[in-house]
Design a protein around this ligand. Structure first.
Ligand code: IMP
Ligand code: MG
Length: 177
């Protein structure tokens, strides 16, 4: 697999993003809502650099079932959400691809009485966005390729890699090897 972003690249950028976020919120308490499962590494690293009073919540939304690039039906499980009324919410995901997931989640969270809502993603895939969606913080723009690692999976594998790599076609075409 071809490494696109090294562990060092990612750590440096995540620390920078945390500084920018802390500057913008200026000590206001926030609630970070991570989109499972891909957000886990990004969330865990970001909050450890984040000098703000904060709470963490999670929600599950998955639009991909095995296939690499075709979005399926979006499933959302908001049961893990804390009470968000009056909270400044930062919605966090691993990657902005078509934008469908985050656009849907933004609408959903807006109905819960949040004081404000911003979005942070580690990666944005160039040339893929269909939904009109403003993302407030993004770590890296990457080319339109299927990537794994640092939370991102293919069939739930490779999430644990400390770097982001392009999944090679022969791996994607022969699952189980
Ligand atoms: P969107 O709704 O099309 O923006 O898709 C967002 C979700 O699709 C992300 O949260 C990821 O879980 C998944 N996804 C999109 N592109 C990739 C990729 O290159 N590798 C792994 N997962 C991806
Ligand atoms: Mg995801």
């Amino acid at each position: 697999m071809k490494i696109l972003l090294s562990a060092d690249d990612i750590q440096r950028r995540v620390a920078e993003m945390a500084r920018q976020i802390a500057d913008d919120y200026r000590g206001q308490p926030i609630t970070i809502i991570g989109v499972l499962t891909g957000c886990l590494m990004f969330l865990a690293d970001l909050v450890r650099h984040l000098d703000l009073p904060l709470r963490i919540g999670l929600l599950q939304a998955s639009s991909y079932r095995g296939a690499t690039t075709t979005p399926g039906a979006l499933r959302v499980q908001p049961e893990l959400l804390p009470d968000l009324r009056g909270r400044h919410v930062l919605l966090l995901d691993d990657i902005l691809d078509t934008g469908q997931t985050l656009a849907y989640l933004r609408e959903h969270l807006q109905t819960l009485g949040v004081a404000s809502l911003r979005i942070a993603v580690l990666l944005r895939k160039e040339g893929r966005q269909q939904a009109l969606l403003h993302v407030d913080y993004r770590g890296f723009d990457i080319p339109d390729a299927f990537v794994v690692g640092y939370g991102l999976d293919y069939n739930d594998e490779y999430r644990h890699l400390p770097y982001v790599a392009v999944l090679s076609d022969d791996i994607a075409l022969s699952p189980g090897t």
